[in-house]
Design a protein around this ligand. Structure first.
Ligand code: FES
Ligand code: FE2
Length: 385
């Protein structure tokens, strides 16, 4: 590694950065037991991006969010508050909601088996024929709560009983994108993908542009692949930005802007595309003219569901002409995404080979070493190489 160690120290890196950075060993993509450990130590402990607040805008609307083997109900109470509950009945452990989204008919959540009913905050209201007394108090049978964190219109959940502070985990992002007015943006478009690769591969792919010249000819025309500037290289939030070339106005099929700049975006940000990953399941890209994000759901060691969303100001969404032009950004990113997914899936396939133990990162990929360290630290495998 040629960069001064100062480069890392200034960004809070407290480990020794080796001159040649090894990639994550093959077993981290192939071992079922490591995958189970990842579920326990990462997905059931860290903050997971669940949805946008607008997806449960009205009281009683709910979503069920799969996280590994768990399912979480995220809903809005009649009091306007957002609640998270494990989707499991306290009577005999039945999964309560089996739909991906819906609206509770009354202000209660009813188990389909023996009709125990909980209010939207999770308190048990009715347990038919069960008398309260010694051995049974309804107040002891609250739905298991899931912690909720809100930032910029995003709803995060944390399944751990004692989560790390949300504000600490997301500290580098809080206040960073005020100019975009994230809270007020709405979903303008959604693309859904299923990929046959491990969840870490898509995070890695997102954070480096070493692959851009070969994999993304059009993207490389709009942003020079060596122009990535990373300001966060340690912790849950990792990333930085890339500059648009002179004369390029946006990430669209023709390189023109997809629409007017969002809210108060000005100055350097009019020429920048930001790329941040929020470990382990949100990839966030504020552009000058829209915000793109990926919500990743790991469905197994070599399978993920990735939903890709575009956010715009509601005024633009109501403007048919603007939405028409905006399709150029959707088309550009759908094409670029598919170019990425292809190499991500090929990497997963190649990693089946017993001959491959691990490789070496290029200087353009030092941020991936940081990302891998985040995984290893979370697993308690600091010596995983
Ligand atoms: S398992 Fe839910 S009411 Fe019996
Ligand atoms: Fe890519």
């Amino acid at each position: 590694m040629n960069r001064e160690s100062d480069h890392y120290k200034k960004r809070g890196v407290d480990y020794e950065v080796p001159p040649f950075m090894p990639t994550l060993p093959r077993k981290y993509y192939q071992s079922e037991s490591i995958y189970q450990e990842e579920l326990e130590k990462i997905f059931y402990r860290r903050w997971i991006m669940a949805c946008r607040e607008e997806e449960i805008a009205e009281p009683r609307q709910y979503l069920t969010i799969p996280v590994g083997d768990e399912s979480v109900i995220v809903t809005r109470g009649d009091d306007g508050r957002i609640y998270g509950h494990f989707n499991v009945c306290r009577h005999r452990g039945t999964r309560i909601c089996d739909k991906e989204r819906g609206r509770f008919e009354s202000d209660s959540i009813k188990c389909p088996y023996h009709a125990w009913r909980y209010d939207l905050s999770g308190a048990l209201q009715v347990a038919p024929l069960m008398k309260e007394g010694a051995g049974f108090q309804k107040s002891d049978f609250h739905l298991f709560p899931v912690h909720i964190g809100l930032w910029g219109g995003f709803v995060f959940i944390n399944l751990s009983e004692e989560p790390v502070l949300f504000e600490e985990e997301l500290a580098p992002l809080i206040g960073k994108f005020e100019a975009w007015g994230l809270q007020n943006l709405r979903i303008a478009h959604e693309l859904n993908y299923t990929l046959n690769c491990n969840w870490k591969i898509i995070l890695q792919n997102y954070q480096e542009c070493y692959h851009c010249p070969g994999v993304h000819p059009l993207l490389s025309k709009w942003t020079p692949f060596r122009g990535a500037v990373h300001d966060c290289i340690k912790g849950a939030v990792i990333g930085g930005h890339m500059e648009l070339r002179d004369q390029v106005g946006g990430m669209t099929m023709d390189g023109g802007p997809a629409g007017p700049p969002l809210c108060n975006v000005t100055g350097d940000d009019l020429k920048r595309v930001h790329y941040y990953s929020v470990f382990p399941n949100l990839l966030l890209s504020p552009h000058p003219d829209f915000v793109l994000y990926h919500r990743i759901r790991s469905e197994g060691i070599n399978r993920i569901r990735n939903d890709c969303f575009f956010l715009l100001h509601p005024d633009s969404i109501r403007d048919a002409e603007r939405m028409d032009r905006f399709q150029s950004a959707v088309k550009f990113w759908d094409m670029t995404n598919r170019e990425d997914w292809k190499v991500c899936e090929q990497m997963q396939l190649g990693l089946k080979s017993r001959r491959f133990k691990h490789g070496r990162y290029s200087e353009q990929e030092d941020i991936l070493y940081a990302l891998d360290r985040e995984v290893l630290t979370a697993l308690g495998h600091e010596d995983g190489y």
